[in-house]
Design a protein around this ligand. Structure first.
Ligand SMILES: [Zn+2]
Length: 341
């Protein structure tokens, strides 16, 4: 065989290989193609390699290089196609198109988070900004600056979680008021949401850690009228058009102090077990900021006055969504939480 003829023949095999590989639609037909091209016994290219000794030694080198190059090209093409076909066959073999689709998981915000965000939105429209503070506090920020007398029962070890260093876990969000008053000049209008800690048993209406949200407004000439107007506006927005009432109360850090009630949303004031037959639900504590609190924070109590309120978003969520047991808010039970998605 002449070199020219040899080169032409392997070029023919290369072209045939390309079309055989492209036309193979199953691993079986591809195996047959592999056999006819590079099979050890009857492969067309194998047969050509057996022809090499019939060439002259000079021609043999060139022909050998050419046949090796074509062999590599053909084997690469066969291997690539084999991987492609076998993965396609594997996936079509296991796909059951009649199987029902798996339900998609959809996350949702916790009901207490929803309530906090709604309260923040209402107060943001009224000019309040959100302020945050540490959950580990000094006794002074948590009690002293807030006008608690030194022997107040709340400071007892039985009610407050103290840390070894003399610090404590804040029992309310009110230390954020002190930290804000120390850092900023009035006018101040803040909303302080966050977790607080008490040594309470974990039962249907108590938890040792719970959310609180607090508001503070300080400026010149602020009076109880501003407190009442703002909180009534809030109650109307949050609970729908409902009646409110203020009852005298006592907190060390406000004077005068008042509890605000809204008409029971379940019985519309006629009395039911949820409102203990009073027709009213207690929603927040409020009052005019005590001058001692302003003085302790370095704010001139002769020039500035203000009001504050505090409420539990957990209780508000229970009321809003009719949740009978506070522990449901902590259980992370998907059957409960999914209802808020
Ligand atoms: Zn009621």
């Amino acid at each position: 065989m002449k070199l020219q003829e040899f080169i032409e023949k392997i070029a023919e095999i290369e072209a045939r290989a390309a079309s055989l590989v492209a036309e193979a639609t199953s691993t079986a037909t591809l195996d047959a193609a592999r056999h006819s091209l590079v099979g050890r016994k009857s492969g067309a290219l194998t047969a050509m390699m057996k022809e090499l000794p019939s060439l002259s030694p000079e021609e043999r080198r060139e022909a050998g290089a050419a046949v090796n190059r074509v062999k590599t090209t053909i084997e690469d093409a066969l291997d690539t196609r084999a991987i492609d076909l076998s993965s396609r066959e594997a996936s079509s073999a296991t796909a059951d198109l009649t199987m029902p689709a798996r339900r998609q998981w959809k996350g949702a915000k916790h009901p207490v988070t929803l309530v906090i965000e709604e309260i923040e939105d209402i107060f943001r429209e009224l000019g309040f900004t959100v302020a945050l503070g540490p959950e580990v506090e000094t006794e002074w920020h948590n009690f002293g600056a807030l006008n608690f007398p030194p022997d107040h029962p709340a400071m007892d070890m039985h009610d407050t979680l103290y840390l070894e260093s003399g610090l404590l876990l804040r029992t309310h969000t009110s230390p954020v008021q002190i930290r804000t008053l120390q850092s900023y000049e009035p006018p101040i209008r803040i909303l302080a949401p966050g977790n607080v800690y008490r040594r309470d048993f974990f039962d249907a209406s108590h938890a040792p850690v719970f959310g609180q949200i607090e508001g503070l407004a300080i400026d010149e000439g602020v009076s109880f009228v501003d407190l009442k107007a703002t909180l009534t506006q809030f109650a109307n927005r949050f609970f729908g058009s409902t009646r409110t009432r203020f009852r005298p109360s006592y907190f060390p850090f406000t004077e005068p102090s008042a509890e605000m009630d809204v008409e029971c949303t379940l019985c519309k004031g006629s009395g039911c077990p949820a409102c203990k037959n009073t027709g009213w639900s207690e929603i927040l504590g409020s009052g005019m900021v005590h001058p001692s609190v302003l003085d302790a924070s370095g704010v001139d109590s002769e020039r500035y006055t203000g009001w504050a309120f505090g409420m539990g978003p957990g209780r508000a969520a229970m009321q809003r969504y009719g949740v009978p047991d506070i522990r449901l808010l902590y259980d992370s039970d998907m059957r409960f939480l999914e209802q808020f998605a």
